[in-house]
Design a protein around this ligand. Sequence first.
Ligand SMILES: [Zn+2]
Length: 219
Amino acid sequence: MKYDKNQILDKFDNAKKVLIGIGNEFSVLDDDGNYNENKAEEVLAAYNVMAKKLGEKDYYILTLCTDDLIYKSELDSDRIVAPCGSIGRLQCPKGCDHKIYDEQKETCSVCGESLVPNTVNAPTYVEEGYLAQWGNYTAWLQKTLNREILIFDLGSGIYYPSVLRFPFEKITFYNNKANLVRINESISQIPEELADKAYNQHYNAVEYCKNGFVEWDNI
Ligand SMILES: [Zn+2]
C-alpha cells in the first residue's frame, strides 16, 4: 500500500475521471432473493454520498447488484451499467426470444413459459438487457487510456471476478496514470505488481462510502 487515506481523499477531490465498481456488499437481496428494506435505506444513503462526491466528474459505475436500488439514488443512470441484470425486468426462462419485458407481461409469447427476472440467476440469461449500456461503458473506458483515472473496487470480493475485479486490476496495470482503491470486508488484497499504485483496506464498502470514502475508525 503506497498511499494513505488522506492521499486517496485528495486524489478523489482532484480526479476528473473516476471508475467505480460496486460489488455484492451493496446488494440488498439475500441469497433467497428477498429484499432487505433496512439495508436498502443504508445503501441508498451510501449511493447519495457517492453522487455528491462525484459531482460533475466524468464517471462510470459498473455494478454487480441486480436490485435496481442504485437507480433510485442521485447517481446518473446513463453512467451506470449492470451486467448481472435487473430484478425490475423480465425475460423468458429459456431466453427463446432474446427479449426483455416490463412487468406488465407474464408469459413468453413464443413458448408460453412464465417470465422470470432478467438476471444472471435466470436459467438462460438474456444479456440483451444490458449490452447497449455495456457498449457505452467500453467506449467510455477507451477514452480513459493514458489519462489520469481513479478506480474503486467497492466490495466485489469473489463475485464475478472476470467482470469487475480482474479487469479493474488490468486497467490499473496498463495505465500508468491509474490508481486503484480496493475496499472489501473480507478480500481486499492487491496483486503485488499493483502495490505502488493502489490503496486497499479491509473494511465494509457500504460504510466506507457512506462515511465519505474514508474509514471512520482511524482517520
Ligand atoms: Zn420462451
